[in-house]
Design a protein around this ligand. Structure first.
Ligand SMILES: [Zn+2]
Length: 137
């Protein structure tokens, strides 16, 4: 019996370590399952929202968007920030930026072909006007 004692001790130590690791893996699997469930629900909600938006988009624009999305790793729209396409980061030509600001047509980034959206910044003057708006009818 004397010779197998250290071996038994090693086996016991390994069993304890294995038990600990199994518990750790099970807990990580549970976390991953919960995270996946949350992500899948978010994906379903967004797909539903998307399906609701599609009918309100002109078919030609939707086609352009889908083409850009397919060609550009799932991102078909880019916001213009400080005169640049926020996705490819290329500066728009000043004249092209002016056309976009007129907002009378749908324009795509000349470099990455994503459809551009532009939200003009609120000026401080506008905010000041609102604050000073007379309360009288
Ligand atoms: Zn771009």
């Amino acid at each position: 019996m004397g010779e197998s004692e250290p071996l038994d001790k090693n086996v016991k130590t390994a069993e304890v370590a294995l038990k600990f690791e199994k518990a750790q893996v099970a807990s990580e699997q549970q976390v991953a399952r919960e995270r996946t469930a949350v992500d899948e629900k978010a994906s379903r909600d967004l797909q539903k929202e998307r399906a609701g938006i599609v009918p309100s988009v002109t078919p030609i624009v939707y086609k352009r968007y889908e083409r850009a999305r397919a060609a550009r790793r799932g991102i078909g729209i880019a916001e213009v920030v400080a005169g640049r396409c926020s996705v490819c980061n290329i500066a728009l030509r000043p004249q092209y930026f002016q056309e976009l600001r007129r907002a009378d047509q749908v324009l795509a980034c000349e470099t990455c072909q994503r459809i551009l959206i532009y939200n003009p910044p609120q000026s401080f003057d506008d905010l000041a006007d609102d604050a000073q708006a007379p309360a009288t009818p």
